[in-house]
Structure formats: structure tokens, C-alpha cells
Design a protein around this ligand. Structure first.
Ligand code: ATP
Length: 296
């Protein structure tokens, strides 16, 4: 059996530069892996060579919550992309331990899809390179190539053009998500209605990371998608307010939200913020974590 951690991401900076003729948005974002992960386990089983694709891929979980484990799950979709490479007469059973909140802006689905590509590649010794996995993964979602690579990256284009950045210095984070989920599609579509939303300083963020300047990073956190999600989900502003009151050095919504993360200079303060959020706030998921390289 093979196990893989599927790490969540946050965006330290997220800008939208424009729109392509096909309707996709052009983005410029700094992606960062955090130490919060789902766990996927992979086992092969014998099956007849005449069996249908759906019978060669089994997805199970005892804590997937509301999440479907059917053919719409990104783990299933990722496995289906590789099914032609499976050895004859073999299928894969994948067990999912779901820890990352769903529809939260932390790429929970994309990271599971990426982990499925890696896991099956390893289980069956397919020998596909990261680059080949990214080429397959981009058809599952724009964030999947990043999730295949992990760490600290600049993502451009629709999110698939990746440039490796220096590793972010380790940051203590408090992550909190209100009960509601937000659809990424809804947020991007509604951004177009705003004339001149405030753009974050992505280049300044990259510079602060290269200089391992924690204060500079905290000062430059910025996400253009807050323009849409904050009015649609007032809990985001409430949670941001509590984290600021608790002495966070910087607070930002991740991705299309509604998850909020905050950078703390010390663990004790961060723990107090966790307690405050658990005690009295609209946050339904709260954890203390840190930035990490995303290595297995
Ligand atoms: P992103 O940050 O990439 O925009 P997100 O964190 O906002 O993503 P996800 O948790 O990836 O959102 O969920 C988006 C949708 O993807 C969910 O509504 C869910 O139905 C679908 N989905 C499919 N497979 C998975 C999976 N394995 N885990 C989570 N969501 C999945």
C-alpha cells in the first residue's frame, strides 16, 4: 500500500490581470503549501481485463462528509486519466481521509487530484515525470499542476504557468473558515462587475519572500477576490476582524474564499486567536498550522 499527503494551499497574493477570449481569467498569484492535508492510500487489486473503467477505480472514505465519492470526484477523474497506463488486469482502490474543508479556497479538490496522479504513478511504477503529470493534471483544473509541484510558486496564465520561488520562511498561521462554502466560478464571474478593484502588490510579495522578510510578507498579503467574497459572505470580515484584534501581523482570505488565514509572529498569540475563534465567532473550522515545502 502507498500513502500520500495531499496538502492544502493558501495564496499569499492573488491578482486578476484580465480575461482571455475563452472566458478564463488571467491570474498572477503566489501559491504556498500549508501543513494541513488529506491522506490518500492506494492499493492495487486484480480484475478481469474486460472490466469497465468504473470498475477499475474504487474510491472509499469514512469521513468525506457531503463530498461525493462518485465519478465527479477529482480523485476519480485523475485516476480515469491514467487508466490506460494501468497494468493489464489491475485496478486501484483509493481511500480518502478528508481533512481540508471543501469549497474553501484551499484547493482541496485539486490537491486530491494531484495526489491521485502521483500515487497511481508510484503504485504501478508508471515512470511519468512531474512535467507529464502536470500536462495531464491541467485538464482536471488550473490549480492541479501547482498541487503536483507544491511549495512556494508564482502561478500565472490561468494558474498553470509556474515559476519556482524561494521557499517562504516558516510562518505560523491560524486558518479559519465560516460554515458556508463559496463557488470559485461565482467569485470570478462577479469580479467582472467591478470597475477598478484594488490590486495587490504581487511583485513586492515575491521580493519579500526572496529576502525571507516575514514582516514584509505579512504587510503585502493581498487578494483581489476579497472584493467579491467579502460582501457576499460577511463572516469573512468578522473573522478577519477577530484575528486582527488578536494581534495577527497580517490577515487575508485565501483563493476565492471564504477561508481566512493570518500570520502570527508567535505561537502563544496564535493559540489565543484559535481559542477566541472557537469560543465566539462564525468560524466552523479553525486550526493552527504553518507554511511548509509540501514534501512527502
Ligand atoms: P480552489 O481553491 O482550487 O478554488 P476550493 O478549495 O475552493 O478550490 P474545493 O474544496 O476544491 O474548492 O471544492 C470545489 C468543488 O470540487 C467542491 O464543491 C466539490 O464538489 C468538488 N470536488 C471534487 N472532488 C473533490 C475532492 N476530492 N475534494 C474536495 N472537493 C472536490
Amino acid at each position: 500500500m502507498i500513502k500520500r499527503k495531499a496538502y492544502a494551499k493558501i495564496n499569499l497574493a492573488l491578482d486578476v490581470l484580465g480575461k482571455y477570449p475563452n472566458g478564463y481569467h488571467e491570474v498572477k498569484m503566489v501559491m504556498q503549501t500549508i501543513d494541513l492535508y488529506d491522506v490518500l492510500s492506494f492499493e492495487s487489486f486484480d480484475c478481469s481485463t474486460e472490466i469497465q473503467i468504473e470498475d477499475r477505480i474504487r474510491l472509499v472514505s469514512d469521513n468525506s462528509g457531503e463530498l461525493s465519492l462518485g465519478t465527479d470526484n477529482l480523485i476519480y477523474k485523475a485516476a480515469a486519466k491514467l487508466v490506460d497506463y494501468f497494468p493489464a488486469g489491475k485496478g486501484v482502490k483509493i481511500s480518502l481521509e478528508k481533512n481540508i474543508p471543501v469549497a474553501a479556497g484551499m484547493a482541496g479538490g485539486s490537491t486530491d487530484g494531484a495526489a491521485a496522479l502521483h500515487g497511481i504513478n508510484e503504485l504501478f511504477g508508471l515512470g511519468l515525470s512531474d512535467e507529464q503529470l502536470c500536462d495531464i493534471g491541467v485538464n482536471l483544473g488550473a490549480d492541479v499542476p501547482y498541487c503536483i509541484m507544491g511549495g512556494t510558486m508564482l502561478a500565472e496564465g490561468i494558474g498553470e504557468k509556474l515559476t519556482k520561488l524561494a521557499d517562504t520562511p516558516e510562518l505560523t498561521l491560524v486558518v479559519a473558515k465560516p460554515e458556508m462554502g463559496v463557488s470559485t466560478k461565482y467569485v470570478y464571474e462577479h469580479l467582472d462587475a467591478y470597475d477598478n478593484p484594488p490590486h495587490p502588490d504581487v511583485d513586492g510579495m515575491i521580493q519579500a519572500i526572496e529576502q525571507a522578510d516575514k514582516t514584509g510578507i505579512a504587510d503585502r498579503l493581498g487578494n483581489i477576490l476579497e472584493t467579491v467574497t467579502v460582501p457576499a459572505c460577511p463572516e469573512v470580515a468578522q473573522i478577519k476582524g477577530i484575528l486582527a484584534e488578536q494581534g495577527a501581523d497580517g490577515v487575508l482570505m485565501s483563493g476565492s474564499g471564504p477561508t481566512v488565514f493570518s500570520v502570527f509572529s508567535d505561537v502563544e498569540k496564535a493559540q489565543k486567536a484559535v481559542d477566541a475563534l472557537k469560543n465566539d465567532s462564525p468560524a466552523k473550522f479553525v486550526c493552527m498550522t504553518k507554511t511548509c515545502s509540501g514534501k512527502q
